[in-house]
Ligand binder design. Sequence first.
Ligand code: ZN
Ligand code: ZN
Length: 767
Amino acid sequence: MTLTRTRVRVEGIVQGVGFRPFVHALAGRLGLAGLVGNDAGGVFVEVEGAAETVERFLEALATEAPPLAVIERLTATPLAPTGGHGFAIAPSQAGGERQTLVSPDTATCADCLRELADPADRRYRYPFINCTNCGPRFTIVRDVPYDRPATTMATFEMCADCAREYSDPADRRFHAQPVCCPACGPALALLDREGRPAAGDPLAEAAARLREGAVVAVKGLGGYHLAADAASEPAVAALRARKHREDKPFAVMVADLDTARALGQVDPAEAAMLTSPRRPIVLLRRRPPGSGAAVAASVAPGNRSLGVMLPYTPLHHLLLAEVGRPIVLTSGNVSDEPIAYLDDEARERLGGIADWFLTHDRPIHVRADDSVVRAFGGRELPLRRSRGFAPQPLGLPWPFPRHVLACGAELKHTFCLAKDGHAFLSNHIGDLENYETYRSFTEGVEHFRRLFAVEPVVVAHDLHPEYLSTKYALELEGVGLEGVQHHHAHVAACLADNGEPGPVLGVAFDGLGYGPDGTIWGGELLVADLESFRRVGHLELVPMPGGTAAIKEPWRMAAAWLDAAFEGRVPQRLNVVGRNRARWERVVALARSGTASPATSSAGRLFDAVAAILGVRDTINYEGQAAVELEQLADPSETAAYRVRITGPDVDGGLLRLGGTDLVRAVVSDVTAGVAAPLVAARFHNGLAGATVAACQQLRDTTGLGTAALSGGVFQNMLLLERTVAALEQEGFRVLVHSRVPPNDGGISLGQAAVAAARDRAAGQGR
Ligand SMILES: [Zn+2]
Ligand SMILES: [Zn+2]
């Protein structure tokens, strides 16, 4: 028999996922000698034995890898045989260029759940049980290589039993960095607002307080949540009042899939999302009131969807079982601040909201909010990509010739670091409007740079000069700057999401984005590829009376749109005029004067205007609220659509214009005729979808492009998205929508990074 020895490098998500024990067991089974170890580049293996056995080993490496492993590259190089025996686990090696991918936090696995429920197991009911296949990862990692000293578990010294499991290659907990037990690991505590421990078992006491209607702060994986009994109207109302969150829906955590089904309709795609190891919040179509398990009205007022998630830590499993019914579980913060994740900070910031703190002594290193997804066309449509997803890289079919940092936009902020074929999209940072989120952004960039060894040479940013993310980019020295227009970044994000280079007809509908022509864009038709774009059409322009005041007060947009649609002769009997009569003329005059009233083509602002005209609301309490509620109001069975004229391209510098004023006049006509609001809202949605498709058809004729890419926050509106996609497909278009990053500004940084890399490739960089 001829002996061969082969060195294998395995790159990808291969640390902290049980890869070395898997290799060890595989080599043992095949009777191969050698070693396996971690280094900054991933996993290295040397195997020695008969050539055909080594072949079988290499095959099995790829096909039998552990569930959480993601192998990106396997390279094998021949070595001279050494004649050694046995198979060893080599110590981790620091240094070298870091290529390792850190795994996202992962929901408790079935094996651990079984032990958690087994009275004979030494981790019976232990809230921190985990193994190589599950548990905290990204949120506890301080540095790479991913080993216990580089995590927030460093201070917990393993007991003899845990140490034995940790060092036994045959054990499920072999080199599981967060491994621990009641004898040596973190412990729960229930504290009052002053930090004094409550008497009794923390878990049982916390559950009892919840059942009595208290608000309890619960320390989770990526931060503190605020919990309340979801069935109790007074408890949920108290939580809303103290958190200063008037209307924005809360998510609920339920014990299992059956309970989720009692609250909402769950199709197979949604069931898969709910039970996936990522465990996002899934927006379900709510069951009508009176059917099945009840949640209090103020959990998600006036909303046909309900955000539902299943337990993803052992603590959640135990707590849900103890409480015995669904709980509201919402980010631990006041209104729009970042989620609290440090213990002292949490007690200080949440002390006015929570009656009790169910906490523990395992530190959280990185803040990570719950992710939010919904199903569209049987696929996942992410609305917030954070815990469970970040920092898993997005693979792209094109290389990044130089290392890129993309700074993102402002609202729902994320940033993105990229190199080679990987884009590392950050966890959700929040609205980049204050010091706390700004610090979270800058510290996050530094952390990602270290973890993934990205040294940005190119920095991509939005064109808006007032965004903190733009200012940050402009202050960096020694880097190349790449400004990317906001809506081009949206369309590029959709292209990158789908792994397509374009060109496409890009439809970018959102709230607001900086336009290079001095107007505020937001209802845009672009011919775009990754590298560049050309604006070919947009929604009609109207003034935004008072600028940002018009965002918070949708009735101002109604005033502007009505004034434009009726050329000054607005029907005075409209309720929206009556409700705002005191300020109406002043706001119309402001709009006409152009003072503090920038012109906008925003689709989001048109939704605001129609919502106000229909009496949905005149002012908002959270971003996009009027548009969200207009969608909720619409009757999905209505198929009639308002007609919209498309003018151009002979006027207005060659651009098509979608007649928003036609929609507004049609809405007013139906409202005046007494047509029910749900029908009017639906006809408006259908009309805008129809206008979009008609414009795309016209553009297809002139450009020959038959693929449309839909992006921007307005396409979180499921009714608009469904109607637009269906009509485009009916007309023979290929339609690209999002499935890996959100259509809202949370996906912008990926688009910016993709644009920067495409420009690099076009300029011949990296050759
Ligand atoms: Zn496990
Ligand atoms: Zn232990």
